[in-house]
Design a protein around this ligand. Structure first.
Ligand SMILES: [Cu+2]
Length: 118
């Protein structure tokens, strides 16, 4: 009887650990969306804004303007990632950068029509 009881306790403990792992928010989701920008400085700025613990990988391609991200979907939403990028001056598919922030970008980074001839 005593042995049986300790076996049950052990199994319960194992189950608890496994459940904790499953719900620890380590589910990594990958996504790709468009982020406006021009140059290497834009790339640095965009990728730097994604240097947070919830983002495992962020890579922006200058020619396709596509940003690839791998993030912990249980800890942060794709929406808030896009908001973050917009807050440093880069338009995304969902959020536009504030004009005041955009206008403070270096000249080579101004990607909007009529503001730069890039
Ligand atoms: Cu730039």
């Amino acid at each position: 009887m005593k042995t049986k009881f300790s076996t049950i306790i052990k199994s319960l403990a194992l189950l608890t650990i496994l459940t904790a792992i499953a719900f620890s928010g380590e589910t990594v989701q990958e996504a790709e969306f468009k982020v406006s920008g021009n140059c290497g400085m834009c790339k640095t700025r965009i990728e730097k804004s994604m240097k947070i613990k919830e983002v495992k990988m962020a890579k922006w391609d200058k020619s396709s303007k596509m940003l690839k991200v791998a993030f912990l979907s249980e800890k942060i939403s794709l929406d808030s990632l896009q908001k973050r990028i917009a807050s440093v001056g880069h338009d995304t598919e969902k959020y536009k950068a504030e004009t005041s922030v955009y206008e403070n970008l270096p000249g080579c980074c101004l990607y909007r029509d009529g503001v730069s001839d890039h």
